[in-house]
Design a protein around this ligand. Structure first.
Ligand SMILES: Nc1nc2c(c(=O)[nH]1)N[C@H]1C(S)=C(S)[C@@H](COP(=O)(O)O)O[C@H]1N2
Ligand SMILES: [Mo]
Length: 247
């Protein structure tokens, strides 16, 4: 017993010594940032998640997983995969691209919808710079909350599809996908990935996060049926399918 006590004491002392040395070492190095911190696109402590209390009151907010807030200074959009000139873009560079704005309705497959004025640029602007290979069939979007979604290049180059950085005249809020999200109004909400970190050009269709879990079509074109617009008190309306343009 005494022997064990002695041994633990010795180990404890040794451990203490190591901790002290480590603390001294950190103190000595001072507050210099490590490489990992400098390239971390997240800013740390705050989280956004699923809520009905957003800034744009007519919208519900949907995030796959709780997410750390994105830091505009360290965030970059990475374009990777099957393209001639893979690149990363800063937010300033993206905001300098020719801007387009459009009023469109976001329709969740869970029935609700809401309208906003979105500001951004078309995917074409990026493709002119990165030059996807002929074999690149589509893009996998990798998001800050580990959400993934796939859209074909054909769908992405649709006239009404935008990569947006503003909503109702203000920068996108964290909840709605700061700093960059996709708006594809002919498709259900789950094809509108938020908080995009990376766009990866790939040569085959892939299932996104929702179409892997639920009975959601990988194509996700809005089907004829019923819509419940939030800003009209969810009163049901018949929709013919495709983008909702009537209200
Ligand atoms: N990164 C990320 N993007 C996402 C989602 C998500 O969970 N994570 N949910 C999708 C779904 S299902 C919908 S309906 C819309 C909701 O957009 P909003 O939160 O801006 O209202 O975001 C889409 N984009
Ligand atoms: Mo959704």
């Amino acid at each position: 017993m005494r022997k064990i006590e002695k041994l633990t004491r010795r180990l404890f002392l040794k451990g203490g010594l190591w901790t002290a040395l480590l603390l001294l070492w950190h103190g000595f190095r001072g507050p210099t940032k490590s490489w990992a911190q400098e390239t971390d696109p997240f800013s740390g402590t705050d989280f956004v998640g699923k809520t009905r209390e957003g800034k744009h009151h007519s919208f519900y907010i949907n995030f796959w997983k709780p997410m750390r807030r994105i830091n505009a200074e360290t965030w970059t959009l990475k374009i990777s995969g099957l393209c001639e000139i893979p690149k990363t873009f800063t937010l300033t560079e993206l905001r300098d691209l020719p801007t387009r704005s459009q009023s469109s309705r976001l329709k969740c497959v869970e029935c609700w919808s809401a309208r906003a004025e979105w500001g951004g640029f078309s995917v074409r602007e990026l493709e002119q710079m990165v030059r996807p290979h002929a074999s690149a069939l589509g893009v996998v979007f990798h998001c800050g909350d580990e959400y993934k979604e796939y859209l074909s290049r054909e769908a992405l180059n649709h006239d009404r599809v935008l990569l947006v950085h503003s909503m109702n005249g203000e920068p996108l809020s964290d909840a709605h996908g700061f700093p960059l999200r996709l708006i594809a109004p002919t498709k259900y909400g789950y094809k509108n990935p938020k908080a995009i970190l990376e766009m990866e050009y790939v040569d085959e269709q892939q299932s996104g996060t929702w179409s892997k879990i639920g009975p959601y079509s990988p194509d996700s074109t809005i089907l004829p049926g019923t819509d419940h617009p939030l800003e009209y008190g969810k009163n049901p309306r018949r929709i013919p399918g495709g983008e909702i343009t009537d209200y």
